[in-house]
Design a protein around this ligand. Structure first.
Ligand SMILES: [Zn+2]
Length: 322
């Protein structure tokens, strides 16, 4: 097998992160100017809807259903001209997404508008729906905020199921953004410890991996080195990719890496972090298991940070047995 492919883990670590499950077939090579319109003509078509940036969910107090049939949206002020085509479900059902112009106060009693973060943290929809909603939220949000051509200022037109906006004035084409962010777990080579920090807005007791946007003209590895140095004053040597995660707030791709720390003295960037320190493996295991005596903990398991941390803890567990 070529290079490291023989060692590639199965299942892929990315597939176990939140928002990664998405069973829709995108059929990107078949998208054209009429894709969304044609899909809406299909009797089986369903839509995810957003209002004021929140996900609309039908509910009967117990079950939350995020998919709407066209017949269910007539009173919801949905602009179908701006609908995006996400793809096709396993039974060929076209799945789309669109914004509703309705005020939250005027929603029918059986529809709730819930922010995506809460839909995710409270597990209100199944994992494969959550992945599709992430795709929908990122794409609808990009189209909502890119109505005008950034080259000439003219109003742009949606095309290719929302995966492109075309300017009728200067003919510029605009494509949806995906913003890469590196998130990394720095590990010491002289001791069995990893580097975790907490931002000022974190929930009480939570420590996580450091993270930051990849800048133009930068490799993933160099972004890991620069961000770790800037935020914690730690110099990084080797970097190894572990997993990625779509993070629809609004359209980020988290790129998770393990990194080898070449220095140990921490110098915190107070603007970014409230605290940052080295944690021993046994303590991190308690944080993962929610058994830490001071109540310290790592992010929930949907977050890629938790997977980076768990992969390191588990790797050591395997070594313990050998
Ligand atoms: Zn233009």
């Amino acid at each position: 097998m070529i290079m490291r492919l023989a060692d590639a883990p199965h299942p892929e670590p990315s597939s176990e992160t939140g928002f990664a499950g998405n069973r829709l077939e995108r059929r990107s090579e078949k998208r054209n100017a009429d894709s969304a319109r044609e899909a809406l003509k299909d009797d089986r078509a369903h839509l995810y809807l957003f209002a004021e940036g929140r996900v609309l969910l039908k509910h009967d107090e117990e079950v939350f259903d995020p998919l709407f049939a066209p017949g269910e949206i007539v009173d919801l002020d949905v602009d179908l001209e701006e609908a995006v085509l996400l793809g096709f479900d396993i039974d060929e059902t076209p799945v789309l997404a669109a914004d509703s112009g309705i005020d939250r106060e005027h929603l029918p009693h059986f529809i709730k508008a819930i922010d995506l973060r809460s839909v995710y943290t409270q597990g209100l929809v199944s994992a494969d729906r959550l992945g599709a909603i992430a795709q929908a939220s990122s794409l609808v949000s990009w189209n909502r905020t890119h109505r005008f051509c950034s080259r000439c200022g003219h109003q742009s037109e949606i095309t290719d199921g929302g995966y492109k906006r075309a300017c009728p004035n200067c003919e510029a084409l605009h494509f949806p953004r995906t913003d890469p962010v590196v998130i990394m777990l720095a590990l010491r080579t002289d001791a069995d410890m990893c580097l975790l920090g907490r931002g000022p807005h974190f929930n009480e007791g939570m420590y996580s991996c450091l993270a930051g946007f990849v800048e133009p003209g930068e490799t993933i590895e160099n972004a890991v080195r620069r961000e770790t140095e800037e935020e914690a004053g730690i110099r990084i040597g080797k970097v190894a990719y572990h997993a990625s995660q779509p993070w629809p707030f609004p359209h980020t791709l988290m790129i998770g890496c393990h990194a080898e720390a070449e220095t140990t003295e921490i110098r915190i960037d107070d603007d970014e972090l409230e605290d940052c320190r080295w944690f021993a493996r046994a303590e991190v295991r308690q944080m993962l298991d929610n058994t830490h005596p001071q109540g310290l903990r790592t992010p929930p398991m949907g977050a890629i940070a938790a997977h980076l941390i768990q992969a390191w803890v588990e790797e050591n567990r395997v070594e313990d047995k050998e």
